[in-house]
Design a protein around this ligand. Structure first.
Ligand code: ATP
Ligand code: MG
Length: 758
């Protein structure tokens, strides 16, 4: 038997071996929270306090749950496949599959990703003739999700004016539409499970008795409904072991409520609040930077981090003149790290917004450095893949109107707008799905629609005994998608992506433990006979949750859920030793030897949307704290004077966060001035600064001799209000680059221009 506990420090050991009561581990980044949580599961099982089936563990991402299972398999001689380790969404999907009837869902219910959800909402508004300028679909989506995240149905939302009442009414109609089509959105997965368990006492008691230990990672980012869900699951006796860091709460925009941490302490009667203060991840300068930065936030639960690792390298900071130059610099630095022996996959480039990655990707591509982008366009979100998925969805549940509309005339088969209008009218009249309404459409329109129906039904019949990968292959051909892209000029890539779907299906079937020959369409009913289901004394059928997904849904249903729920990595590049590119949000919980934090400019990081309110800036600061604490040995930060974003050139000032870092930990690198940058060949004040002194200049760039500083807002008689972007020269010769918004960038002589401070 392995000694699981030997490489833990005292506080960690105490946390891992706590008695079976609710506990809160509150600790900073890199202090071993995730390690403690995983080790506790292993320890509980190894010491016989719980069976693998009695553990419920919640992680923040699918990737994290996979990693946890891998770690557990390494620690214990058990098969982790049947264990309940997953995200809230993944776990709820599983529960709803097992109890779909009680939850009021069709067995083959499908999951809408956010893109599908938005189009479902647009479709709803259109069918109701609602003015989508007055009631923008996106706002309605936020409204609905916001309500669901708080656990509220339409009839529970308070609306105090006509406008909001309309939103509430639309929320209700949206839910009805989803129900009719047999689809659920992400928030619905949770709310539906919550309602199921609150309503159904025997079921609730079954799971409460079963899950004696519930463990939650990244607890600071749970929302209200997730919190209520945990309370319900735990019941009176369940022990919830929550680990989190209030300084890393970065999902408020999605309803996360950091207040859950203090609520948890009271409501779960936490007697054991353990703080971990030893950081095992980062070198000293990196950790100092994180600590000093986050100290600027006012609302904190308070904790410290220390490290035994030495100071290490200073944090290197680079000012670029353009985003292109910033990318170039990243590549040079990454190359020298690789030359020194760094592994590519241990180098991460982080950015605040996805839009920033394009320039960096381009530069990496030109330099021939392999890279991998997370959270960009997901594989399953590519148009051609979505088309193929829509055909598969129709095979599984033909009443999914979103899927129907996506492919009814793609590839084109002569079904025009007029025919669809007739179909939609019929569907509305009888309150049925588009698919079911086809027989009610007469004439030529009815004939073309009928042919589509035959295509889907024929496909279903033809593939009913085939395993999933073969079914996918046939659907690609039968739908006409492959042929369609073959005729398209740039279709080769798309065909390749479509063919990847067959590989993805093959991999999925084997990973999830469906037999290689298991028919894709065969539902759990047939397999349940094989003994996977148990019936409670009350006559409720409960599937044995130790059994793999295979007993809960058909391979096709499971695969379709996977397509909606997985944070789809770029499959083509998986497994390669590649540089890692991702947003700061998606880097949560991860660590790398070297990290670049890019685009540290006002308006970008902190993001402009956050600056209106102080709470917004504090959230951005936590995000910056997350970014810094991803680094183990090397940390780089960069910003650029100009940047092309969304087709516009922005003139930027450096992020306020630089002023919040400890000077001793930093090393400012002076930029090479590009001949074609907006300030021409002029030297900037930074160039002449000796390596050491630059720091001071940069930090205290309030040039007393001039009376102006970079980042200051000024007003000019002719050009109006602007921001000082750069200052060059000194004394009477000082000139400033000022961005005057619609008047553009001006270079003004400070002793002549009559500027005023605003
Ligand atoms: P985050 O807040 O970023 O999620 P965390 O608190 O979950 O961080 P972990 O990821 O669990 O931290 O641990 C950070 C790193 O420190 C990991 O590489 C982990 O293996 C290592 N580590 C944790 N505890 C110890 C220990 N006692 N001895 C050696 N290494 C440790
Ligand atoms: Mg962690």
């Amino acid at each position: 038997m392995q000694n699981l506990l030997h490489n833990l420090n005292q506080e960690q050991l105490a946390a891992v071996t706590l008695p079976a009561q609710s506990a809160l581990i509150l600790a900073g980044a890199g202090s071993g929270k995730t390690r403690v949580l995983t080790t506790r599961i292993a320890w509980l099982i190894q010491t016989g306090q719980v069976s693998p089936a009695g553990v419920l563990a919640v992680t923040f991402t699918n990737k994290a749950s996979k990693e946890m299972m891998t770690r557990l398999s390494a620690m214990l001689p058990i098969n982790t496949r049947g264990m309940w380790i997953g995200t809230f969404h993944g776990l709820c999907n599983r529960l709803l599959r097992a109890h779909y009837r009680d939850a009021g869902l069709p067995q083959t219910f499908q999951i809408l990703d956010s893109q599908d959800q938005l189009s479902a909402i647009k479709r709803l508004l259109k069918s109701l003739n609602v003015d989508d300028e007055k009631y923008p679909p996106r706002n309605l989506m936020y409204f609905i999700n916001g309500a669901k995240d708080q656990g509220l149905r339409a009839n529970e939302v308070e609306a105090n004016d006509d406008y909001n009442r309309k939103f509430v009414e639309l929320y209700d109609l949206y839910d009805q539409q989803c129900q009719r089509e047999g689809v659920v959105d992400f928030a619905e997965l949770l709310l539906r499970t919550y309602e199921l368990l609150s309503r159904n006492q025997p079921l609730r008691e079954h799971y409460q008795a079963r899950f004696q230990h519930i463990l939650v990672d990244e607890f600071q980012d749970t929302n209200d409904l997730q919190y209520k869900w945990l309370k319900l699951m735990a019941g009176q006796r369940g022990a919830v072991f929550a680990v989190g860091d209030d300084d890393q709460s970065i999902y408020a925009f999605r309803g996360a409520n950091v207040g859950n941490m203090s609520a948890f302490e009271h409501e779960f009667r936490v007697e054991n609040l353990i703080k971990l203060e030893q950081n095992y991840r980062s070198h000293g300068h990196i950790l100092d930077s994180a600590n000093t930065l986050i100290a600027n936030n006012s609302k904190r639960l308070g904790k410290n981090l220390r490290t035994d690792a030495g100071h290490g390298e200073p944090v290197r900071i680079y000012e670029a003149t353009s985003d292109l130059q910033e990318a170039q610099w990243i590549i040079e630095e990454a190359k020298s790290l690789i030359n020194e022996g760094a592994t590519r996959s241990e180098i991460a480039v982080l950015y605040r917004s996805n839009a920033q990655s394009r320039v960096i990707e381009h530069a990496l591509f030109s330099a021939g450095i392999p890279y991998r982008v997370y959270g960009g366009q997901r594989y399953f979100e590519r148009a051609e893949v979505k088309h193929a998925i829509a055909y598969l969805q129709l095979m599984d549940n033909p009443h999914n109107d979103s899927a129907f509309l996506r492919v009814v005339n793609f590839p084109t088969r002569g079904i025009g707008a007029r025919a669809l209008e007739q179909l939609q009218d019929a569907a509305r009249q009888y309150g049925i799905s588009l698919y079911a309404a086809v027989p009610y459409v007469a004439g030529k329109a009815g004939a073309t629609l009928g042919a589509f129906l035959k295509l889907i039904e024929g496909g279903r019949f033809e593939t009913q005994h085939l395993p999933l990968p073969e079914m996918v292959q046939i659907v690609l051909e039968m739908s006409g998608l492959i042929q369609h892209y073959r005729n398209e000029k740039e279709g080769a890539d798309r065909i390749e992506n479509l063919e990847q779907l067959v590989n993805a299906a093959t991999l999925f079937v084997s990973e999830e433990g469906f037999g290689a020959d298991a028919p894709a369409l065969l539902g759990p009913k047939a397999q349940a006979v094989a003994g996977a289901a148990i019936t409670t004394a009350e006559g409720i059928e409960i599937f044995d949750a130790d059994a793999p997904l295979a007993t809960l849904m058909s391979p096709l249903s499971a695969f379709l859920s996977h397509a909606s729920l997985e944070a789809g990595d770029n499959q083509a590049q998986a497994g390669q030793d590649a540089l890692q590119l991702m947003t700061v949000h998606s880097a949560k919980g991860l660590e790398f030897d070297a990290v670049f934090i890019t685009g540290l400019e006002e308006g970008l990081f902190p993001h402009e949307n956050s600056q209106k309110e102080n709470a917004g800036v504090e959230e951005e600061r936590r995000l910056m704290y997350v970014a810094i604490t991803r680094a183990k040995q090397r940390l780089y930060m960069s910003f650029s004077q100009t940047r092309m974003l969304h087709g516009q050139t922005r003139y930027n000032t450096r992020s306020r966060f630089f002023d919040e870092l400890p000077e001793d930990a930093l090393k400012w690198l002076s930029p090479k001035v590009q001949p074609h940058s907006w300030f021409g060949n002029q030297k900037s004040a930074w160039d002449d600064a000796p390596e050491k002194g630059v720091n001071t200049i940069a930090k205290n760039f309030s040039r007393k001799d001039i009376g102006w500083r970079i980042g200051e807002n000024v007003s000019h008689q002719k050009f109006g209000e602007g921001v000082i972007v750069n200052i060059e020269g000194s004394g009477g010769n000082a000139r400033a680059h000022i961005n005057f918004g619609k008047h553009g960038m001006k270079l003004l002589d400070l002793s002549v221009a009559k500027l005023e401070k605003v």
